[in-house]
Design a protein around this ligand. Sequence first.
Ligand SMILES: [Zn+2]
Length: 485
Amino acid sequence: MLGKNWFEILDKLYNWVRLRRNIVIALSVIFLISAGVFSVKALAVNNESSLEDDMTEAFFTYFDGQKIGLVKDKGDIEKVLEGIKRGFESLYNMEVTLENDIDFERVYVDEQYLSDPEVLESLIQSNVSPRVKCAVIQVNGENLAVLKDSETARFILDSLLQPFKEKIESKGGSLEEIDFEEDVNIKDLFVRYEELEDPDEVVQRFTQGNTEKRIYIVEKGDNIWTIAQKHDMTVKDILEANAPMEESDILQIGQELNLNVPELPLNVITVEKVEHTKSIPFETETKKSDDLYTNQTKVAQEGKEGECQIVEKVYKRNGVETERETISETVKKEPVKKIVLVGTKKPPKKVSSSRSGSSSSSSGISMSWPTRGRITSRFGRRWGRMHKGLDIANDRGTPIYAARSGTVCYSGYNGGYGNLVRIDHGSGIETYYAHLSSRSVKKGQKVKKGQLIGYMGNTGNSTGPHLHFEVRINGTPKNPLNYLK
Ligand SMILES: [Zn+2]
């Protein structure tokens, strides 16, 4: 009874295997026919004791879920795969992995139905999916570039930082920190060989972004400020579009400037330490003197500016300053107070028109505003010191105009005044334009009222771009607001 039952089960298995075999044949056709015909006698049983004498253990081989052949030894398939893998590795000269699922199913068959190893190998060869081990540059978790290896990826990232490093060093600053603003990682990844990118193209993409280039060719007489003005841009835009570039860089005629600020996938943040000296203005003290008449003054001691050593941390994004922090201020030379003696003696009667009585003369002199902006400091005493002019603040590069016609009597760099232009208007009237980012006039040049003489800046003893404008009459600073119309 038991024996009969057993035979019925075997019979069912038998039919099942035959059905499977038909499916396998169909698949093999799709796969380029190989594998041979599987035995009608093949039995998928695990119980070896029930085998006939000519049955042997074998394995159906599944390739990505498709049955492709029948082998006696699983190791043969593994050897085939290993050989193919090594072939691709020597072709690409890179680590390769085959992204295919190989599965086996144990069966017992007549040996004549085993697949032809060569056919099986070429079948696998033509269907494998090799993947090469590469390095991806991830920016904020997103894969932005696929490179051959991590050295190449690292080299590209370094080459993006290098120009900023060199710029800072060439300007005498000491680089404290340099990094990308974004979260950047290099990770291993297996990809199709065709997905690898050309390093040069990657660098180009990272340095130029997807923004269309708009080029301006520098002409004679151009500077960053005039170019910015001409194109309705800020100086900062120009610097950012041509990073790493600095306001003080000298432009060459014929040089190409980019006018579009690119949207970049990677942005470079630097922190540098800079040292410079700053002049400390002197105070002026007046003392009464019985030896002088009330309309007389005398300088008893000349004032001398002091000197201060300043160490600052400068933060930049793509070469453009974003923040500045003072680390230390060391006084190297104390300023020397200017002492002016003012007479107390009554003057003798009817001394005709003394030079110092100039307060009423202001009404006759008219000047136009030298620039546009916000008044940030007026003439007069300020924090215990005399402020000899009027401060007008606006963006760096804002044009500065002559307040009145005259002759340029000074155009140069002058200590705490930074870039300074002085104009002599005759009759002892002189105007000062200080802290300029650049000067457009030369000493001895005649200028008309309203003529461009330079651009607003932050040079000398200045915190933030502004114009320090002075009016002097016979050398004495006067309140500019009394003359501006
Ligand atoms: Zn000022």
